[in-house]
Design a protein around this ligand. Sequence first.
Ligand SMILES: NC(=O)C1=CN([C@@H]2O[C@H](COP(=O)(O)OP(=O)(O)OC[C@H]3O[C@@H](n4cnc5c(N)ncnc54)[C@H](OP(=O)(O)O)[C@@H]3O)[C@@H](O)[C@H]2O)C=CC1
Ligand SMILES: O=C(O)C1=N[C@H](C(=O)O)C[C@H](O)C1
Length: 243
Amino acid sequence: MKIALLGYGRMGKAIERLARERGHEIVLIVDETNRASCTDEQLKQADVAIEFTTPAVAVDDYGWCFRNGVPVVSGTTGWLERWSEVTELCNETGGAFFYASNYSIGVNIFFHLNRWLAKTMAGFDNYKVFVEETHHVHKLDAPSGTAITLAEGILEEHPKYSSWKLDEGEVKAGELPIKAKREGEVPGIHAVTYKSEVDEIQIYHSAFSRDGFAQGAVMAAEFLAGKKGVYGMDDLLELKVKN
Ligand SMILES: NC(=O)C1=CN([C@@H]2O[C@H](COP(=O)(O)OP(=O)(O)OC[C@H]3O[C@@H](n4cnc5c(N)ncnc54)[C@H](OP(=O)(O)O)[C@@H]3O)[C@@H](O)[C@H]2O)C=CC1
Ligand SMILES: O=C(O)C1=N[C@H](C(=O)O)C[C@H](O)C1
């Protein structure tokens, strides 16, 4: 496949390496320095675009791809308040969009485990739940997109909680706290903990590098080529969890 890389930072570079290893060709690399001079014609050379940039840029990138008929796989976090706008534009323009807050297969299994645990714990009032994430110091957004997906999974399965809140002080009844830490070069750690007076139950995922995210993004690009519409990791992995 011919791939356009939109964003050439930590993730863009990991994706370039893994995509080449899987036999794909990189036909365009866009970063902040050359974005203004990149043309529609250059983008149209690609069978698919893989987008890992910043929250401020991502939505414009999606529109650029939809308007030019180039399917787009994106992992950029921090823009999801514009989800409806993006998916409507995708459908109106006949585009193709694949999004995941986390492309690691292990994390997507963890998402299912999280929902199952939340449903189970809903019957036990003596446990309080919180989500924790740790990432490298360069990360722009907090909490992480993955932590938000975990929190949303809990809100859907556990009636005691109605909203999540970045844990910066007082937490009211019904609020699910998310603690975000920034340390060194940590690729990404997420944990969900249920704590009572006498014990705690924790599920935990730690990425050893960015390779798992990059691998999943390239697999998503292979999946999306030739399709139209909006997709996510459950479509790719066909994870069927029987609760
Ligand atoms: N879903 C997932 O599995 C994962 C998601 N992420 C998310 O991906 C995003 C990127 O992460 P990461 O690679 O670590 O970030 P980096 O900061 O390393 O890279 C961001 C890239 O975006 C580029 N960029 C900034 N502005 C523009 C612009 N106007 N036009 C084109 N490119 C631009 C930067 O260019 P320049 O270098 O020239 O400034 C840089 O190449 C983040 O939102 C992060 O949360 C990260 C890992 C996994
Ligand atoms: O910025 C990162 O690095 C990561 N971002 C994603 C997120 O916000 O969840 C995924 C991963 O944890 C790494």
